[in-house]
Design a protein around this ligand. Sequence first.
Ligand code: B12
Ligand code: SF4
Length: 573
Amino acid sequence: MPRNSLDLLLLHAPSVYDFREKSILYGPVSDMVPSSVMFELYPIGFLTMAGYLEERGLRVRIANLALRMLQDKRFDVPRFLAKQKPRLIGIDLHWMPHCHGAIEVARIAKQVHPDVPVILGGLSSTYFHEDLMRTYPEIDFVLRGDSTEPPLHQLLQALETGAPLEDIPNLTWRDADGNVRVNPLTYVPDSLDYVDVRPELLIQMAMRHRDLASVLPFNGWLRHPTTMVLPLKGCAFECVTCGSSATTCGHLTKRTKPVYRSPESLAKNLAAISRLSKGTIVIPGDLLQGGRKYATEVIDAIAAKNVKNDIMFEFFDVPPIEFLRHIDAKLPTWSFEVSPESHDRTVRHAMEGQAGYENAEMEELLREALKLRCTRIDVFYMIGLQHQTYESVMETIDYCEHLFSFGDKRLQAFISPMGPFLDPGSQIFEHPERFGYTKLAHTVEEHRQLLVQPSWEHILNYETQWMTRAQLVDATYDAAERLNELKRRYGYISEKRADAVAAGIAGARALRVRLNAAMQGGADLSADPALRGEIARFSESTVSDKQELFWQRHLFSFDLGAIAKTALGFLRA
Ligand code: B12
Ligand code: SF4
């Protein structure tokens, strides 16, 4: 039998598979991330898996179906899949909002290629592995854990040689009698340096398949080529809402404490990115979790590589000002973000984990940081927390005005709803009643049904003792409206942009009333073609204009010379 041209086809699905035919008011659930409401960004792990396998002589192709479908109304998924000849099809169900699209893509992949096994992976599939295997016959395997490269390699070898699947760590599979078998989750590496994110791999893949759109991370990335380098897996904090907190990881991925990439490996990755792109590089996850020494070594290693890109750090706690001064002395351009979640002490402290600090402490740090050369400081607040009432959300907006009154436009503030779902495996998901929450979906299938409800008021998988779903939506639009006016008044955004956000909020409110009325009258507007474009328009950039997220604009964000060199090198090879 001729060897298939592709060993692994990695597919990233949109949140809702047939979103192009539907008219759903998804809500501002993606306004704080670069993706659209279809969450088209694929996991970084696609690149580590692809890199690891390619280094071992296997062929991998990444296809961001979500992005292809967003960019081209006529992009036909079954036809695209029919042209591929993979030995294994991998689909991420890392983020729970993909559970509609991921499973639908698995079903179509199975229809098109009945003999090709389908594997799912990522944090959400790790949580729901048995549910997935029992409910959806189109899924053949789930590979659990936060690190899967070697077990995936082992599986690809076993599929070729017929070696027993019992020996593959982290694998959930079905035996010949149809029984679901759960191998122990024993592959939990204590170093992340065994894999690399090679940005040039994307160029090679794009060239090999003459298809750039399939490897791009999100819509608009060529204009804003923000990239991310993940320094760790797991987390030392205990935020009760988080699907990857210390306690959750202990159960879910068996990672009892975070593991870090070495400063050298991290800096090498940043340098490789900076050779191709001048865009902002985000380092999420708070380097200081690894200790001050580790964090300082990372900064020094990056400085030694002479990386010129703006580097954006995320801090979970108030960082020591000396550390920020060190960054300022070593890096040419940098910025950071913090997420106090609420201005209100009771609300914030109930989160436990990150943000267990006081406003005064944070303000002192912000004032000192603004004396440095940092290009931007983003402060994020959230709606949907314990003890948080509608009034408390409005007071958070008053507090944002207090921050704006510092008089430095580098200091930005944002607010967004926690959604669409509570994170599976988080303490709140596991014990909702203990934290004053009502959980409205339990299984994967229940979440899939929620995702196709007419409006995000009915999509959210929770409400709290302090706010119903309707109140969460009211609080979001009211807070967004007030914050937008503050940003207009303090000169953060242009009149034109503020008007556009205000119009978006007003439009979303009107649509919500219409959808609710139709729902109460038993009508289904979800497939009404007259509403289709309209609804998509009122789900994005409503709590704030997405453009505000992007740090720096470079007219020529890519080093075209370096890209051409990589491409030529690939052609010669
Ligand atoms: C970095 C990060 C982001 C980055 C994403 C960067 C990226 N491209 O991956 C940004 C900031 C953009 C982001 C956005 C979101 N995030 Co986030 N994010 C994180 C964070 C801090 C790191 C986790 C992470 O992704 N680690 C990387 C590891 C675990 O995965 P990986 O290396 O990419 O992939 C490996 C495995 O997961 C697995 N795998 C993954 N996919 C597949 C597929 C196959 C076939 C196989 C075999 C294996 C496999 O193998 C890979 C290789 O080893 C975590 C919190 C934490 N401490 O973990 C939250 C977290 C993962 N995010 C979360 C959420 C909810 C979101 C959003 C939905 C929030 C929102 N409403 O906007 C969006 C979704 C964005 C999108 N897709 O468009 C939740 C997920 C809960 C859940 N189970 O659904 C988490 C746990 C916590 C949180 N609340 O933030 N996020
Ligand atoms: S700091 Fe909190 S929200 Fe962020 S990854 Fe850690 S536990 Fe999750």
